[in-house]
Design a protein around this ligand. Structure first.
Ligand SMILES: NC(=O)c1ccc[n+]([C@@H]2O[C@H](COP(=O)([O-])OP(=O)(O)OC[C@H]3O[C@@H](n4cnc5c(N)ncnc54)[C@H](OP(=O)(O)O)[C@@H]3O)[C@@H](O)[C@H]2O)c1
Length: 313
């Protein structure tokens, strides 16, 4: 049973959610560009946030949890929060929502200080199933709401899923809704019937797959680009790449830090995963140096313009 304070807090949240929902009903491009637009009132020691197209702030750097299941998942999430992460990315298909929820609980952090994302898997696509799947994710996480809920992949009844998510959003049960792995055509298809514009498209992007065309489209739509596998999940020798190492040497930064800084300077949200506390800390330490224009141009040349995960195509 919740006490009066908890009830008041929940109602306050729902009221705020409904106001935001009402203001985010889709209308075509406005002059108010939001992709990568950082909030100015940034505390020096905190992770910068970006204002999403429905007005809510989202950390530009978060923690990915794919493959972090069971005890490792719980420990990694609570450790990540303890070193400063506030954005946590999970998905129903990762099979770790319970562990992520346990890690959040263990961290002792207040719910409203976190930004939690989960995703609707293709088996649960469609209006009815999506509504149920959302509640299942909440139950597994042990949370009362999500900050962001994404359609994980474009397969299945995307239109029905989106309608369910719009309703949950309007009811104030999700703070923001978005998509993942949508190409330009799939995104404009969704825009044709969406009443609420997605805030995010979470896609594969890293130095070897820069997705420049989709980057421009998302900017135009004011849909924030979020990178999955910002390190290409260690593939293609990313951590030993001599070009990234040369760039990092000037500022005493690792290849991982150069990669995350590159995303950040492009205005792209990242969710690197690590099971090691030292790496978690290293990956947060990217806000005290800057890549020059020349560095950015050099990194642009690393683009192979092809997925590093052909098995998922
Ligand atoms: N929407 C989608 O379809 C989708 C698809 C894939 C992923 N995602 C999301 O994106 C997140 C990130 O992607 P990812 O998990 O595929 O991989 P990633 O973050 O690109 O790379 C993770 C790998 O990098 C290593 N690593 C992390 N920091 C390091 C550092 N500072 N130095 C050296 N190695 C380091 C990790 O090893 P250690 O554990 O040893 O540090 C791990 O092997 C996922 O966890 C998930 O939340 C979404």
């Amino acid at each position: 049973m919740e006490n009066k304070n908890q009830t008041d807090e929940r109602l306050r949240f729902i009221r705020i959610g409904s106001t935001l929902a009402a203001s985010a009903i889709f209308f075509p491009l406005s002059g108010n560009k939001v992709f990568g637009a950082l909030n100015s009132n940034q505390n020096e020691n905190s992770i910068p946030t970006v204002k999403l197209n429905n007005g809510i702030p989202m950390p530009m750097l978060g923690f990915g949890t794919n493959t972090l299941t069971g005890d490792i998942g719980e420990r990694s999430v609570s450790e990540a929060i303890s070193v400063g992460y506030r954005l946590i990315d999970t998905a129903n298909i990762y099979g770790n929502e319970e562990s992520v929820g346990a890690g959040i609980k263990k961290s002792g952090i207040k719910r409203e200080e976190l930004f939690v994302t989960s995703k609707l898997w293709v088996d649960n696509s469609g209006y009815e199933k999506a509504k149920k799947a959302y509640q299942t994710s909440l139950n597994k996480l042990g949370l009362e709401y999500l900050d962001l809920y994404l359609i994980h992949r474009t397969r299945g009844d995307v239109k029905g899923s989106w309608k369910a998510m719009e309703e949950l959003y309007r009811e104030g049960k999700i703070r923001a809704i978005g998509v993942s792995n949508f190409d330009s055509d799939q995104l404009s298809g969704l825009m044709a019937y969406a009443e609420i514009k997605p805030v995010i498209n979470q896609i594969e992007t890293h130095v070897f797959f820069q997705q420049n065309k989709l980057y421009d489209v998302l900017k135009e739509y004011e849909v924030q680009m979020e990178s999955w596998s910002p390190f290409a999940a260690s593939r293609n020798g990313i951590f030993n790449n001599p070009i990234l190492a040369d760039i990092g040497k000037k500022s005493n930064k690792s290849n991982a830090q150069v990669c995350l800084r590159w995303h950040y300077q492009r205005g792209v949200v990242t969710i690197p995963r690590s099971s090691k506390k030292a790496h978690m800390i290293e990956n947060l330490d990217i806000f005290d140096f800057e890549l020059t224009k020349k560095d950015m141009q050099t990194i642009a040349k690393l683009d192979l313009n092809i997925t590093q995960f052909p098995e998922w195509e």
